[in-house]
Write a protein that binds this ligand. Sequence first.
Ligand SMILES: C[S@@+](CC[C@H](N)C(=O)[O-])C[C@H]1O[C@@H](n2cnc3c(N)ncnc32)[C@H](O)[C@@H]1O
Length: 291
Amino acid sequence: MFYVGDKYKLIQEIKQYFPKNIDTFIEPFVGGGTVFLNIEAKKYILNDVDQYVFDLHNFLKGQSNEKDFLVEVLKYVKKYNLSRSFIEDIVPKELKEEYKKTYYAKYNQDGYNKLKNDFNKAKRKDSILLYILLIYGFNRMLRFNSKGEFNVPVGNVDFNKNVETAIKDYFDFVRKKEIKIENLDFKPFIKKNGFKKNDFMYLDPPYLITFSEYNKIWNEEKEIELLTLLDELNERSIKFAISNVTTYKGRKNHIFMNWMNKYNSTKIKSNYISYHDNSNKDFEEVLVFNY
Ligand SMILES: C[S@@+](CC[C@H](N)C(=O)[O-])C[C@H]1O[C@@H](n2cnc3c(N)ncnc32)[C@H](O)[C@@H]1O
């Protein structure tokens, strides 16, 4: 789906630590879904507390024909006059020369803002419009203000071949698999699903010490609740792996660092740092697992 903070660049590194034979793959913090889409299992049980993330997955999962879906997307992309290099390059040469690195943002700005207004005005939120906003928006974020209005600015991005391939791969995968997705807080989600010996849970919660939109709904209390639940799963011999950031810009997540000592862990080469930021040394991402 492409989503802020996704594990797209790290999935190959992370998955080498995952168990080989998985009956049910469980993801309480599924986000854009990069992880489950790259894991072989018999069944998938997914969850995200964000209503819009949940709606988007359900909407995409319910698309039975990818050609019809792309035709529908294209209808709106044309209506709002957005760039669409997956089928044609319509950005004028002069604009590309004038704004060498930002011409997509310049070109798409007006249409994107119009689309955003229409989406916000509509009573029933149309998931296809939200999908298009996600694709053309800044940093692939889903962010809403206190009035419930989508408020992400335009990104310097385009519906290109990569986006087309990603959505086709998504359809291809979900069509073949048995997937259930829920829209709960992680605690009731984990408690209500009875897991078995060959099931495996991967967790990518908001990181207590970094900054992201979804970190606003995360705090020390949630962190402790989650880690306590994982200890309970461990006692029941259910396998899990959890990603987290232990060090970021002078901050340390002591709660997590103390907790992880009793399990196995490995450092992960992170994709979190932006290239404007040279504080790489001040950053540490880990994967912790109980097997
Ligand atoms: C770091 S992101 C996951 C990114 C994902 N691994 C990917 O590749 O796209 C964390 C996700 O947790 C969700 N989340 C935040 N608080 C939650 C909670 N209490 N219960 C369940 N999900 C939550 C957020 O909506 C967000 O999508």
